[in-house]
Write a protein that binds this ligand. Structure first.
Ligand code: DGL
Length: 284
């Protein structure tokens, strides 16, 4: 069933009271943001979450910056209208391209992946030689490069786009031999540069952690920005006095713009928990 919500709403004009029991809004093009959702459930186990997977438009990675901004300008007000008290942009591409332009536009706080991911990498790197793997859009934006260099001018950043990873993951090829072969090719130039830290600049990639760690070896520290992102979310909720610390058990609501069945099957597998009640929504 398709529900039509949020068309006439702006997320700016309508006042909705943000209270501790309001949910966190989390979104991505598909199953990538589930890696962030998982970390939220670990660090903030009481919070309710509305997860939006824009599977009708996945992948985002090859889209133009204008398209990415437009998509974000549709999804963010939608989640605000759904009552989100804070929105986690659980998508590297949106965080790189849309977050800098939209971060102050709405009444609800937005949290992106890039700055927390950069901080985490700098804290762990000993040599300052940092690799970033991400979508074409994120690498072209140079968001990680600029943020890392702004935080530490001595750092050397090596970016590598990995356009085949998202279609492979969304297709369920998470531990397939094909994915291993593709990973080997993508990581080769970074290993040549002798990186000691590798940022997973796309939220889909932690689903490939096993393959990636195997490939780079124990000498390279892999950074999943989600841990630092959720630490930030925790702080922000605390400062705003909107942490849901007790009460009803947490509620997770899954909304998809594409096929419900595919998302539920793959999402359950990747999350390691059944997703049974996803709902299809139309946001534009
Ligand atoms: N998981 C998102 C990201 O972090 C989107 C990837 C895609 O749809 O291409 O970039």
């Amino acid at each position: 069933m398709t529900e039509k919500i949020g068309q006439q709403k702006s997320g700016k004009t309508e006042e909705k009271k943000v209270i501790p029991s309001s949910p966190l809004g989390v979104f991505d093009s598909g199953v990538g943001g589930l890696t962030v959702l998982k970390e939220i459930t670990r660090q903030l186990p009481n919070e309710d979450i509305i997860y939006l997977a824009d599977t009708a438009r996945v992948p985002y990675g090859g889209r133009s910056p204008e398209e990415i901004v437009k998509i974000n300008e549709e999804i963010i007000p939608f989640l605000i209208d759904e009552g989100a008290k804070l929105i986690v942009i659980a998508c590297g591409t949106s965080s790189a391209i849309a977050y800098p332009l939209l971060k102050d536009k709405y009444k609800v706080r937005l949290v992106g992946m890039i700055e927390p991911g950069s901080r985490a990498a700098l804290a762990r790197s000993r040599t300052g030689r940092i690799g970033v793997i991400a979508t074409v859009g994120t690498i072209n934006s140079q968001a990680y490069q600029k943020t890392l260099e702004a935080l530490n001018k001595d750092v050397q950043v090596f970016g590598q786009p990995c356009p085949l990873f998202v279609p492979l993951i969304e297709g369920g090829f998470v531990e397939a031999e094909e994915t291993r072969r593709v990973a080997k090719e993508y990581l080769k130039p970074l290993l040549k540069e002798k990186i000691d830290t590798l940022i997973l600049g796309c939220t889909h990639y932690p689903h490939l952690l096993k393959i990636l760690q195997e490939r780079v070896g124990a000498g390279v520290t892999i950074i999943d920005p989600a841990e630092e992102v959720v630490k930030d979310v925790k702080k922000l909720l605390h400062q705003a006095g909107t942490t849901k610390s007790h009460g009803n058990p947490p509620r997770y609501e899954y909304l998809v713009t594409g096929s419900v069945g595919n998302f539920q099957d793959l999402g359950s597998r990747l999350l390691g928990k059944p997703i049974t009640h996803a709902k299809q929504v139309k946001i534009v």
